[in-house]
Design a protein around this ligand. Structure first.
Ligand code: SF4
Length: 379
């Protein structure tokens, strides 16, 4: 049975960060009753998706509540959300529930209540420990706020993640060395360290600040990787580092293995396989909030073609820095491995992958040229 997870999108933020491509709306524009309606719409959206899955008895194995900035919502709205989720739907019993949070919410009771509701993993968008860099990218907190927030969270949750970015405007190797220094002191259990996606960055920034060159980006990438490995982190996906296997993010691993996921919320998307016919659907949700609140959830539902499936499968699996067996391809896609064997052999010859016994491993060349790897695979 293919695993399935649930993503819940809460697309409201206090301000727009300069590098952000996520769909988000101004939190201050709406009131409590609007957000309450949004929670009820989320539940209806999920019911609708599960209806599409029909007689499929799969249990949901993780929930990820992201945004936006979910922790802007009143705590009683989370109570309403979880009450309805647990009442109406089936989940595995040791469910991973991740919640993205903002750094300025220092309300201890708020997080204690979330923990009591079942939240057991927190994800914090730190991005950098440097005040100047934070200012450039329009984050609304400073270094001291990060430290205060981490103190609060580490006293309540054992499993938490911080997001960091390298390649930010005006960032240099010393900034990365500094970030690494704080990680070591703070003993963060899980780190997601992404390269800045320049396509998303606002033109004001591009005109006024210097972005690190490719050679510097490669140096940053290896500095991060080597330093974290030296400090006992496991590098289990291109951008994720974990202090032990117990902190691996189950939800993200499911994406990278090409498992199914339901996405609910304005502008979210999902991937659902109709097991009997092995048809894979991509569902895109409405990004018009008023239409969404009027139960017009799905704006695009399409069946993936064979070529899309192969491409998406490898785009995901090549992000996961864990050994894979070739027959997983058939399990997750329903397609024959004969469709990809020649290409996999080619990637081994080119040094992007290596094979040991029945497992394939991604090499350092494969990690650093991940986009080339995908290109090579499909051309
Ligand atoms: S807080 Fe997060 S979702 Fe909101 S604008 Fe910034 S990066 Fe985007």
């Amino acid at each position: 049975m293919l695993p399935i997870t649930l993503y819940i999108h809460i697309p409201f933020c206090l301000n727009k960060c300069f590098y952000c491509s996520f769909f988000s709306l101004n939190y201050n524009k709406y009131d409590y009753f609007f957000y309450k309606r949004y929670i009820f719409s989320l539940i209806n959206d999920l019911k609708n998706d599960l209806y599409i899955l029909k007689n499929d008895n799969r249990l949901i194995k993780s929930i990820y509540i992201g945004g936006g900035t979910p922790t802007l919502l009143n705590i009683d709205l989370f109570e309403l959300l979880f009450e309805n989720l647990f009442l109406n739907f089936k989940f595995i019993h040791n469910l991973e529930i991740t919640l993205e949070t903002n750094i300025l919410n220092l309300n201890k009771n708020y997080f204690l209540k979330l923990r009591d509701m079942g939240v057991n993993r927190i994800s914090i968008g730190v991005q950098s420990f440097d005040n100047n860099i934070l200012k450039i990218i329009n984050r609304n907190y400073f270094f001291k706020d990060i430290i205060n927030f981490l103190k609060l969270i580490s006293n309540i949750f054992d499993n938490y993640n911080i997001d960091l970015i390298y390649g930010l405007p005006n960032q240099n190797i010393n900034h990365i060395i500094n970030d690494l220094k704080y990680i070591k002191i703070l003993e963060i259990p899980h780190i997601s360290w992404y390269e800045l996606c320049v396509d998303n960055i606002n033109s004001f920034i591009l005109k006024n600040f210097k972005l690190p060159k490719n050679k510097i980006l490669d140096d940053m990438f290896f500095l991060i990787k080597n330093n974290l490995l030296l400090n006992n982190y496991i590098n289990y996906s291109i951008s994720c580092f974990s202090l032990s296997k117990s902190y691996f993010c189950i939800h993200n691993i499911n994406y990278w293995k090409f498992g199914d996921y339901i996405g609910i919320g304005c502008s979210s998307h999902g991937k659902i396989t109709m097991i009997r016919k092995f048809l894979i659907y991509r569902l895109i949700k409405n990004n018009n909030i008023l239409e969404y609140l009027n139960n017009k959830f799905i704006i695009n539902k399409k069946i993936l073609f064979k070529s899309d499936i192969i491409k998406e499968y490898f785009m995901n699996i090549f992000r996961l820095n864990l050994p894979f067996k070739i027959y997983y391809f058939s399990i997750y896609t329903g397609l024959s491995i004969n469709l990809i064997l020649d290409k996999i052999n080619f990637l081994v010859e080119e040094g992007y992958l290596f094979k040991k016994k029945r497992y394939y491993y991604i090499t350092n060349k494969g990690l650093i040229f991940n986009n080339d790897l995908i290109e090579n695979f499909f051309n």
